[in-house]
Design a protein around this ligand. Structure first.
Ligand code: ZN
Length: 195
């Protein structure tokens, strides 16, 4: 194993769900690719970091100052759905059923990892809550941290006179929205309950 190859393997292995074996296979695959393809691949890694920022309203990943969901005037601005991350937002979007707005928290409260509300996009959410917002749907994942975050937000928002709901999970505990099938996800949204 040469040092350069070893370095590439360790970079691949640092990615989620990639073990040492897969990392090695990927590194050898890169070695077999032609120079142009490798360059295009490397450039796309840098480009994704340069081109993508957070929407100034909902905090989702966007290539524009205000994202497509926030600038879509046909969406219901009275309802905001709070999700953990962009992947959950994409899972909900893929249903083509939800027509309200979003807010991306960029994580969940997790004392073990030292993540409190201040590390999440909570104050950005509060800044959005004017009289026009009637309901905040909390769509964090059905994990211990997701539940803790939902409870925290419920306690924070209810005194403001806003209806706060939580998805009705038929989802397996510990699962994520991203991997839920469409029917389960749709039922979870339709059957949401007030917290
Ligand atoms: Zn947005």
């Amino acid at each position: 194993m040469t040092p350069a190859l070893e370095k590439l393997i360790s970079h691949f292995a640092s990615l989620p769900a990639i073990g040492r074996k897969s990392a090695t296979r990927l590194a050898y695959h890169i070695l077999d690719m032609n120079d142009d393809d490798v360059r295009a691949f490397a450039e796309s890694l840098l480009e994704v970091k340069k081109a993508i920022r957070l929407c100034s309203i909902c905090q989702c990943y966007s290539e524009t100052e205000i994202c497509l969901h926030c600038s879509d005037l046909t969406r219901d601005e009275h309802v905001i759905m709070c999700v953990e991350d962009n992947r959950a937002l994409e899972a909900i979007e893929a249903l083509h059923e939800y027509r309200g707005k979003y807010h991306v928290l960029h994580g969940v409260i997790s004392p073990i990892d030292g993540i409190g509300p201040d590390q999440l996009k909570v104050k950005e959410l509060l800044a959005r809550l004017d009289d026009s917002v009637r309901e905040v749907i909390i769509a964090t994942n059905p994990s211990v941290e997701g539940e803790a975050t939902a409870m925290y937000l419920g306690r924070l928002l209810k005194p403001l006179g806003i209806k706060v709901t939580r998805l009705a999970y038929g989802l397996p505990v510990g699962g994520t929205l991203e991997y839920a099938d469409n029917t389960t996800l749709l039922k979870a949204i339709e059957g949401r309950t007030e917290v």
